[in-house]
Ligand binder design. Structure first.
Ligand SMILES: [Zn+2]
Length: 649
């Protein structure tokens, strides 16, 4: 900081004497954001809260522009890469992101080393790669092999366009304290002992970022146990092995659990067990900068994977607490059955039961609670982006699960040097009991899936989920119509003018065009077919199981498995999403401005979020088409079952 006083940020996480790992500096990466632009900028500072699009609407109302400024945003409420992206779209020339103790530090619990929470000097590293496509910025859509055709650095679309740097709250405090201008709105205030101001200035900061742009190899480690019966059907399990620094929680807790599964399967194999399907264990590299190892691996082997892959099971971090599971809902019944068979290490109830009862306790309202009470399965939340499942689900159309335990750990050192063994064993999964639970859950899933006669999917939960995604789109439209109509009316009535403090005038929000009605009928009709096909399949399955029938014969299983393997691929559209063609899946995708979070039916939803109603409606028919295709694929699998059954009588 050059004005109003001079301050030089530390940009470093100091060693903590009681934690021996923190003094091992020789392999520590600096505190930085990968794929930030290089730059050297000096400008007044503006505080932008979380730095999301709605925060800039608030700034507009305060009459504050970030054009030519450096913004300071706090971590949280969305993916970090969105913060500099939106800042740049509003004309900012640099972006600083800091960890506020309110969401990530002493407000949550005692700071490390007294407790497990981020200390004043803790910094969250992380990628700020843009969201057009994940993986190597130089090789969109193709594997980054030695001889791949590479874009020149200048043409890579996913590099951040302004310099970005993450800092600790110790480094942020002098900067935020030096801001004047309006007091920040109440919801913008963190837990530092200051009055939060928005600026701009009088703080003026000098931000300089310069990175090493060399090309380096990443190493994926792949281990295969060839199936005895259906070697051409692949059951894939993965977790990344790279870390920002020490990475005890992210990713070693997940990686160690996965290696233990692999070790155990090797042991079983030596004792004579061989899975029916081929089992493939993957330790991915380069996940943290941008899912490099898994995306490039999937792109390199796309044809084989689309031909052979039956499932991908991912994990990443792991902590003490409840099982959380996300993924494609064709696996919902399957993973619920697995979770019923694994015991929670501390309460001794099943991990399913704990997870199910936990979901009731955190449900939003009575209706949601009553829905959950009728269920006997774990509701799989849709996945977007943010770990190594992304390419499998979003690009290759492979049924996907993401598993992990958490919620009862006492601290977070996300992407800091303090995420290490000393910290993890005191505050996170102190006796590794939940590491074992993850091994048991994912390992059981892999073994059951690999040995099942037919690919153990069921489509009714998926049809229900897709029906809900469509209903959410209609609700979003209705909410926006109501919101904008109300706003326009209040503008006409002069509500904003009358209620503002004349001595502190604000800018009224702009009038908005009320969205027209959209035609969702094609999607609703497609969902009717999907539900019908899913129902037919579930019935065929139930009939078969009810009769206690003898096992299906090889010549009956072969077409059934081939058809089942194909269904999840049918959710792809080769053109991809209209503004992000790498994302082929028309149901499961992340949002361009939400990062990790899923934005189901993104082709329609993204345009709606951009208030492009006509463009949104134009996407409905092709989304409907993939749903119709999936329905037909499920019908075919149901028919295989019915035919096999009929053959018995
Ligand atoms: Zn991770």
């Amino acid at each position: 900081m050059l004005q109003p006083t001079a301050f030089r940020a530390r940009l470093q996480e100091p060693a903590i004497p009681s934690d021996p790992t923190t003094s091992q500096t020789s392999e520590q990466l600096p505190t930085y954001n990968a794929y930030s632009a290089d730059g050297d900028v000096t400008a007044p500072l503006v505080y932008v809260n979380y730095g999301n699009r709605e925060d800039y609407e608030q700034l507009d109302r305060l009459g504050i522009s970030v054009k030519g400024a450096i913004v300071i945003a706090r971590y949280g409420h969305g993916w970090r890469g969105v913060k500099p992206k939106v800042a740049a779209e509003h004309g900012a020339v640099g972006c600083i992101i800091y960890s506020d103790p309110k969401g990530d530090g002493y407000f949550e619990g005692d700071a490390y080393p007294a407790g497990g929470w981020r200390p004043a000097t803790g910094v969250q590293r992380g990628s700020v790669m843009d969201t057009d496509y994940p993986g190597d910025p130089l090789t969109p859509g193709v594997g980054a092999t030695a001889n791949a055709k590479r874009l020149p650095l200048k043409e890579a679309k996913t590099l951040m366009v302004i310099p970005v740097l993450p800092i600790s709250y110790a480094d942020a405090l002098p900067l935020l304290s030096a801001l004047q201008g309006p007091v920040a709105p109440e919801s913008w205030r963190g837990a530092l002992a200051i009055t939060y101001h928005v600026g701009p200035g009088p703080a003026v900061v000098h931000l300089q970022v310069s990175s090493n742009w060399d090309i380096k190899p990443v190493y994926d480690v792949i281990a295969t146990l060839r199936g005895s019966k259906d070697a051409g059907q692949w059951v894939i399990r993965g977790n990344h092995h790279d870390a920002w620094v020490n990475g005890a929680d992210d990713p070693v807790a997940g990686q160690a659990a996965m290696l233990e599964e692999a070790r155990m399967m090797g042991e079983l194999h030596r004792q004579g067990w061989t899975p029916a399907r081929t089992v493939i264990y993957c330790a991915w590299d380069g996940e943290e900068p941008g899912l490099l190892g898994s995306v490039e691996g999937v792109e390199t082997h796309l044809d084989e994977l689309q031909k052979h892959a039956a499932i991908y099971v991912n994990s990443d971090t792991n902590e003490r607490g409840f099982l959380s599971a996300g993924g494609t809902q064709d696996l919902q019944n399957f993973i619920s059955g697995v979770a019923q068979a694994v015991q929670d290490p501390e309460t001794h109830m099943s991990v399913y039961q704990r997870s199910h009862l936990h979901s009731i306790s955190v449900a939003k309202n009575a209706e949601e609670r009553s829905d959950l009470r009728k269920r006997h399965d774990i509701v799989l939340e849709a996945l977007g982006d943010g770990s190594d499942f992304t390419a499998f689900q979003d690009h290759a159309g492979i049924s996907t699960l993401d598993l992990g335990f958490g919620d009862e750990d006492d601290g977070s050192q996300y992407h800091s040097i303090y995420d290490d063994f000393h910290w993890y064993t005191q505050f996170v999964d102190t006796d590794f009991a939940y590491g074992r639970a993850l091994s048991q859950t994912a390992g059981t899933a892999i073994m059951r899936f690999a040995d099942a006669d037919w690919v153990p999917v069921d489509y009714s939960p998926q049809a229900q989920a897709i029906e809900k995604y469509e209903a959410d789109l209609e609700k979003l439209l209705k909410d926006k119509q109501d919101e904008f109509a109300e706003r326009n009316l209040e503008l006409q009535e002069g509500v904003f003018k009358a209620t503002e403090d004349p001595r502190r005038p604000t800018v009224p929000p702009p009038a908005e065009q009320v969205p027209p009605y959209m035609n969702f009928a094609p999607m609703k009709n497609a969902i009717v077919s999907l539900k019908k096909s899913a129902d037919r399949f579930s019935k065929a399955l139930a009939n078969y199981q009810a009769e206690g029938s003898p096992p299906l014969r090889a010549q009956e299983l072969a077409p059934l498995n081939a058809d089942l393997l194909r269904v999840s691929r049918l959710f792809l559209n080769q053109k991809g999403l209209p503004e992000r063609p790498w994302f082929k899946n028309q149901i499961y995708a992340p949002g361009a401005y939400t990062g990790y979070g899923a934005k189901p039916v993104a082709a329609v939803r993204e345009f709606m979020d951009e208030k492009k109603w006509t463009e949104a409606e134009a996407q409905v028919p092709q989304v409907s088409q993939v749903i119709e295709n999936a329905a037909a694929g499920i019908d075919k699998a149901a028919q295989d079952f019915e035919r096999a059954m009929a053959g018995r009588h």
